[in-house]
Ligand binder design. Structure first.
Ligand code: PBG
Length: 353
């Protein structure tokens, strides 16, 4: 018995196209392929060591020899892109992050090994930033500001030289795309000039153009030992390193500013742009998508992944469906590629969309 008067029965019914799984599949707008995923890897010096990151279930810091089997596993699952992060011991760190540009540092070693083992089957990307190599944990080098300032400042222009040297070391080791994540002004132009000056015209720049100062980086900083400020031992009084990255990473309240950052990096010669974090900034991703023709990359960052894992472990959501849904949402909002700690699980277990 139907109580609805005929005049109120809809003629147009979107539900028609949701009736069967085959129909739903046929009209799906956004898809995630294994090749759309980028697997982040933390690389250390030494041999035969794998050291799990407590705050990131399933993620480890690995020596180069143990990175190779993981890369092979990724390739077998169809994940062809890796993003490398170097992790060094505290005693290798200094105020200028010199080890960042060492050709024998963890990332150049891993790049050479991966390129040697897999040739061009892999897309190799490398994070270019000083925070994992500086004793104060900041993404640039420090300078004294005003005479009586309580805090040191991040020296933008002196950082550019350090970042360019780091990018060059990665280029010489075989990287496809260097990924500056430091948020210094002008770094894309500086790195492009350094690469071109060395004849590395084919090495691209995937710029973290739109990177917010975010609470969601917490677990990464555990993994990389890169929490800013820290308790750097200093003789006597004197200005201290700032405790936040707010003077260089973006303010969560701003979206127009994201368009400005994206336009600047594009004009400076970036080949791809990153938006980061992903889930809390899908509006920003969609707006940047409408404003540029460059490929876009979104980073589902450590805190986003940790949140999904914690909820799944607590039994309050279905991990497979939640991972698939978030990755699909990021693609729908306009990302070509997604950097995610769930890349292997998603590709191997079909948590795609
Ligand atoms: C380095 C860098 C960070 C991340 C990527 N590159 C940390 C930060 O800026 O503090 C975060 C990635 C993640 O949280 O997964 N600057």
């Amino acid at each position: 018995m139907n109580d609805t008067p005929a005049s109120l029965r809809p003629v147009i019914r979107p539900r028609r196209l949701r009736r069967t799984a085959a129909l739903r599949d046929a009209i799906a707008e956004a898809h995630v392929r294994p090749a759309s995923l980028v697997l982040p890897l933390f690389v250390t010096l030494g041999e035969g060591r794998e050291d799990p990151v407590a705050s990131l279930p399933g993620v480890s810091r690995r020596t180069v020899d143990l990175v190779l089997p993981l890369a092979e596993r990724a390739l077998r699952a169809g994940v062809r892109s890796l993003m490398l992060f170097g992790v060094v011991d505290d005693d290798g760190k200094d105020a200028d992050g010199r080890l960042a540009a060492d050709p024998d540092g963890p990332v150049p070693r891993a790049l050479r090994a991966l390129r040697g083992a897999f040739g061009d089957d892999l897309v190799l990307m490398s994070d270019v930033c000083l925070c994992g190599y500086t004793d104060h944990g900041h993404c640039g080098v420090l300078a004294r500001g005003a005479p009586h300032a309580a805090e040191l400042e991040i020296d933008n222009d002196r950082s550019l030289g350090r970042l360019s040297a780091m990018a060059l070391a990665h280029a010489e080791a075989g990287v496809d795309l260097v990924s500056p994540s430091d948020m210094m002004d002008g770094r894309v132009a500086a790195i492009r000039a350094a690469l071109d000056g060395a004849g590395a015209h084919g090495v691209g720049i995937l710029s973290y153009a739109v990177k917010y100062a975010s609470a969601f980086y917490g677990p990464f900083r555990d993994a990389a030992g890169s929490t800013p400020g820290g308790d750097v031992p200093r003789a006597g009084e004197g200005p201290r390193p700032p405790a936040t990255r707010a003077t260089y990473q973006m303010d969560a309240r701003n979206a127009r500013e994201a368009l400005r950052e994206a336009a600047l990096d594009e004009a400076e010669g970036a080949d791809m742009l990153m938006i980061k974090p992903a889930l809390a900034y899908l509006d920003v991703l969609a707006r940047v998508r409408a404003a540029t023709m460059l490929p876009l990359v979104a980073y589902q960052v450590s805190g986003e992944y940790a949140m999904l894992k914690a909820a799944a472990r607590a039994g309050v959501l279905d991990e497979a469906r939640a991972v698939s849904e978030t990755l699909t949402a990021i693609r729908r909002a306009g990302a070509d590629l997604i950097v995610t700690y769930a890349a292997l699980d998603a590709a191997e277990r079909g948590w795609l969309g």
